[in-house]
Design a protein around this ligand. Sequence first.
Ligand SMILES: Cc1cc2nc3c(=O)[nH]c(=O)nc-3n(C[C@H](O)[C@H](O)[C@H](O)COP(=O)(O)OP(=O)(O)OC[C@H]3O[C@@H](n4cnc5c(N)ncnc54)[C@H](O)[C@@H]3O)c2cc1C
Length: 323
Amino acid sequence: MGVLDRVFTRFERELKGKAVRDRPLAKHTTLRVGGPAGIFVTTDSLNELRLVLQTALDFGLPYFVLGKGSNVLVSDEGFDGIVIELGIDFRKIVVDGGYIQAGAGVALPVLVQVACKRGLEGLAFAVGIPGSLGGALVMNAGAYRRTIGDVVRKVTVYTLDHQLRSLDRSEIAFGYRSSSLPADGIIVEAVIKLRESDPDCVAGEMEKLFRKRKRTQPLNLPSAGSVFKNPPGLFAGKLIEEVGCKGLCVGDAQISQKHANFLVNLGNATANDVLTLLKKVQDEVYSGKGIILEPEITLVGEFPPSLIPRGRAGEDCEVDRVG
Ligand SMILES: Cc1cc2nc3c(=O)[nH]c(=O)nc-3n(C[C@H](O)[C@H](O)[C@H](O)COP(=O)(O)OP(=O)(O)OC[C@H]3O[C@@H](n4cnc5c(N)ncnc54)[C@H](O)[C@@H]3O)c2cc1C
């Protein structure tokens, strides 16, 4: 019996049907590509999270937390370890005046709706971002010059030594699509602070920004949002368009005709198609403009080394990778 089978047997015994063997991750990513997770497990409480983490450590298995899968590219071979989804206890929301305490598994669109109904202002930028609160904090998700880091007050992280660490906003550095939150910790909860306002105004602002997204982004096709970070003072989409890559395809992976920094899946794209296209675009922009576009997407699993895109200028492999 292999390690994954032994771990799965333990999970079946202790977690009663919450673990699945070889679940295709394409179903859990917004790009709709990616092979299976060795074990996919939904943890509904801190105790279950503790058990899963301890088991991963005991057996030396790699693990990673999947939010809504809207900023990951999972390899066609999948992830040969444990993929952890945050369940029931991590999807709770408590509103107190302008403060919202929410589990890391809460979907941003849900949070946005809650804020809208209560007339709480400050989350309109997040309308249309399909991630979880945990994923948004890790990536410091943002739009229209606002980010989640602007509204967060406290983040609770579960650490590998089984401690809950509460971090005040002042202890966290948020950068452009990055945060200093501990890389090996799991975000379990956060408190955000919004301004109490008029519900109609809040709804109006949200509608306006959502209409803008619909007008400018290919929301009808699977994607992972913007695939490259904007270089300082520039727009990745504009650079990609200027070097003639708009509409470029590899298999069913395409640089969107609507927004050149969106890479869409026309139907049956593979992860290798996506990465080959991403690298082609990176090479074209580099030879045409002398700028290395830094991928925004996180790679999960093993990829052929020849397909790994370059990271920041002068560095070879600075792409975020798991596994
Ligand atoms: C149509 C579309 C539009 C988008 N628009 C935007 C936009 O305007 N602005 C923007 O910033 N992004 C945008 N994105 C990208 C994406 O939605 C964000 O980056 C989002 O914050 C990712 O959250 P997630 O839960 O999907 O994370 P995932 O993709 O599941 O994971 C991303 C990373 O976060 C880690 N992670 C997730 N949850 C936790 C946790 N609880 N604890 C520790 N680590 C965790 C994962 O391990 C992984 O490394 C868009 C995506 C799509 C598909």
